[in-house]
Design a protein around this ligand. Structure first.
Ligand SMILES: Nc1nc2c(ncn2[C@@H]2O[C@H](COP(=O)(O)OP(=O)(O)OP(=O)(O)O)[C@@H](O)[C@H]2O)c(=O)[nH]1
Ligand SMILES: [Mg+2]
Length: 300
């Protein structure tokens, strides 16, 4: 090898040689590209790696298409979908706010199939889906059309209009996530903020490098769903930490049906501790309309 390779690079190369699947190969090549020294003499070498990555990725995409078809995604009650142009930091956002560990890289078209993560916020599990970039042949319009909430990740304001045109889901709530804000001076940042405000977008400025705006983003995602959280408990015990998530104005009967399935018919009444109760432990019937953060005890 003509270049001065470092330790990390050596490890990546070893990984490449030992790779058993195309996916492993791809991962190793990406690491090689990341750790290869960048000076004039290594340009051709890096170009070769890039070409290998490109070919490998095409091959993986092809075999996915031939194979089992799309990865099945079970839609959770609360689901937000990330869209945007390539390299805007969509996968980095997914990684920063959920438990997912997607592939992230500095060149384009890294994500080739939907990546799923779970954001836990105020006791609710919110499913977040990161998609390949809009221009990719693997971009999934179906998932976007079914989304209730879209996170539109951008690096420049002029990206917004073409993205909105491409996605065509008029009903979804949209949050503009202006990412890589760490790359801007305070002055520019203020201007970006002003422009987005004037255009009346629901927006947040983020950096997955510094963590700026990520908490605000989580809160905005949570608030964009119209839901109430109902906590159940067994008589005399502490309530469950994980709430049942329901549409506003849901009744006791609907909650019972959701968590007890066939057994809900056995429920005769409940005691309520929380915002919809006139007093702690009020006894209510199945038609009672619940409010956010109610705690209920079922009685059969
Ligand atoms: N400076 C800076 N770089 C970021 C930030 N977020 C992501 N990046 C970098 O941007 C590049 C692209 O990140 P990804 O998360 O892979 O972008 P993506 O939108 O998922 O890209 P595709 O899957 O190819 O569409 C990587 O080099 C990241 O390290 C950020 O907040 N600030
Ligand atoms: Mg990605």
């Amino acid at each position: 090898m003509p270049i001065n390779a470092g330790f990390e690079f050596g490890k990546a190369e070893e990984k490449y040689q030992n790779a058993k699947t195309e996916e492993e190969e791809l991962e190793a090549l990406e690491e090689m590209l990341r750790t290869a020294p960048s000076h004039k003499g290594s340009e051709k070498f890096r170009g070769d790696i890039r070409l290998k990555i490109k070919k490998l990725r095409e091959s993986i995409i092809k075999s996915k298409k031939r194979g089992r078809g799309k990865k099945g995604i079970r839609k959770e009650d609360l689901q937000a979908v990330i869209v945007g142009l390539t390299n805007s930091g969509k996968s980095s956002i997914l990684k920063s706010i959920t438990n997912a560990n997607p592939r992230i890289a500095s060149y384009g078209f890294t994500t080739i199939e939907p990546e799923i993560g779970t954001l836990n916020y105020e006791g609710c599990n919110i499913q977040i889906i990161d998609l390949p970039p809009i221009a990719s042949e693997n971009f999934d319009h179906g998932i976007v059309n079914n989304a209730e909430v879209l996170l539109i990740v951008i690096e420049k304001i002029h990206e917004i209009d073409p993205i909105l045109e491409a996605i065509k889901n008029k009903d979804a709530k949209k949050i503009i996530v202006f990412n890589k804000i760490d790359a801007h001076e305070d002055n520019t940042k203020r201007k970006i903020q002003e422009t987005l405000k004037t255009k009346k977008y629901n927006f947040v400025l983020t950096s997955t490098l510094t963590g700026e705006g990520l908490e605000e983003l989580k809160e905005k995602i949570f608030k964009s769903f119209k839901v109430i959280r109902i906590y159940t408990r067994h008589p005399g015990k502490k309530e469950d930490n994980i709430p049942v998530v329901m549409k506003p104005e849901s009744t006791l009967e609907q909650v019972a049906e959701k968590i007890l399935h066939g057994y809900s018919k056995k429920v005769k009444y409940a005691k309520i501790f929380g915002p919809s109760a006139k007093f702690l432990g009020q006894k209510v019937g199945l038609k009672h309309i619940l409010k956010d953060k109610d705690v209920i005890e079922f009685y059969t």
